[in-house]
Design a protein around this ligand. Structure first.
Ligand code: SF4
Length: 284
């Protein structure tokens, strides 16, 4: 009799083997997500939705055995917004990559944060477009080699925690895939937080980003994350930008309270219509 992995119950095993390369950090990110949701009595699987865009990270939604949606490029946040507005009781998680969320999807990110839409956004940042051959993304560090920057990137990358913070996110954290316990804890906190929560997970893409920039294989990149990370909870997000070979400041940077979009909607409509207003609780 073959041994069964107890986590198979959270995965669409009929879709295995997955497409990810050896040494990729995406499997670890999925495992952390399962750690975050299993044994959580307040979270039943039928109350969680996972939404992804396109790219290597975008495959995650298809592998998780929850209500999940693999949407078009850059659009997981508007899709997730629609799900949340139609059924506010659902915990809606967006799982996508740096290219998807911050290039074509960048506009959606800042506006969902500004509105304080009640979503948990998990960005696996591997600094490149993996699925399409390793092009530069909005998070590729200066001087990094990519398929489209063969002489080194000359553009300043986004500092994602700062972007989330100044756009209005109520929860902002960054960890690497080396920090599995911290990632799982941050995911659990983000899912339970009311409002727009953002987690950046630094992850190796040894096949394209690591090889081109001479970081070695997935194991060597994990060692680099371990050696180069500094935990600074509550750090000023202006100071946590990333360089090609510099330190990686990790931690929970922001955790504040602010009225979410739907709560604000109900408050304002009740002010306007008084006792005639029935609070919106989703599509009947
Ligand atoms: Fe992971 Fe990079 Fe391979 Fe994509 S190309 S699966 S990001 S290692």
């Amino acid at each position: 009799m073959s041994a069964r992995n107890p986590r198979n119950q959270y995965l669409r095993t009929e879709r295995m083997p997955h497409i990810w390369c050896p040494g990729c950090g995406l499997g670890t990110a999925v495992n952390c997500f399962i750690s975050a949701i299993e044994n959580d009595d307040e979270l039943s699987l039928d109350r969680i939705c996972a939404v992804s865009g396109i790219g290597c990270t975008g495959r995650i939604a298809g592998y998780l055995k929850v209500d999940s949606f693999h949407t078009t490029h850059g659009r997981p946040i508007p899709f997730a917004t629609g799900l949340k507005l139609a059924n506010p009781k659902m915990k809606v998680v967006v799982f996508s990559g740096d290219g998807d969320l911050f290039a074509i999807g960048g506009n959606h990110f800042i506006h969902a944060a500004r509105r304080n839409m009640d979503l948990a956004i998990i960005c696996v940042n591997n600094f490149t477009y993996g699925m399409t051959g390793g092009q530069v993304t909005p998070t590729t560090p200066m001087e990094a080699i990519s398929a489209t920057t063969p002489y080194g990137n000359i553009e300043e990358p986004f500092n994602l925690p700062f972007l989330a913070d100044c756009s209005g996110a109520v929860y902002v954290a960054r960890w690497t895939v080396f920090h599995v316990r911290q990632v799982a804890r941050a995911m659990r906190e983000a899912i339970h937080k009311t409002g727009f929560s953002f987690i950046e997970i630094i992850s190796p893409c040894p096949t394209l980003y690591g090889r081109r920039n001479k970081f070695g294989d997935g194991l060597k990149m994990m060692q680099m994350f371990k050696d180069n990370s500094i935990v600074m909870n509550e750090a000023d997000t202006r100071d946590v930008g990333l360089d090609l070979r510099g330190k990686i400041i990790c931690g929970k940077f922001v955790d504040r309270e602010k009225t979410s979009y739907l709560d604000m909607y109900n408050i304002k409509m009740a002010e306007r219509f008084g006792p005639f207003y029935e609070p919106y609780e989703g599509v009947k």
